[in-house]
Design a protein around this ligand. Structure first.
Ligand SMILES: [Zn+2]
Length: 105
């Protein structure tokens, strides 16, 4: 999961939180004051691969938008299972299968 480093009184940090929530991106929020984390500047976004994006700029907002688009694609790619009829087939997986009845393509 991606991590957001920031603290409550930081305006841009709150903006990033709002962006992440708007695009339904799951993240872990780490309060740098409460946890005494050493980051050069806030907000800092730590990606899954450990790469960091520092400061709310175009790079950060574009990245969040991209994650949001991927998330949306995943959500909308649910299809009806031919066996049990439930909307449980996740078509974004390499081998789509039904979570409910175990049907596999
Ligand atoms: Zn099924």
């Amino acid at each position: 999961m991606i991590k957001l480093y920031g603290f409550e009184a930081c305006g841009p940090c709150r903006q990033v939180k709002r962006l992440l929530e708007k695009f339904e991106v799951k993240y872990e929020y780490i309060d740098t004051l409460k946890n005494k984390v050493d980051v050069p500047s806030v907000p800092t976004l730590e990606l899954e691969d450990g790469r960091r994006i520092v400061g709310l700029g175009t790079e950060m907002s574009n990245y969040i938008k991209k994650l949001g688009r991927e998330h949306k694609k995943k959500k909308s790619s649910k299809e009806k299972c031919p066996q049990c009829g439930r909307l449980t087939i996740n078509m974004s997986e390499a081998e789509p299968m039904c979570d409910a009845c175990g049907w596999a393509q």
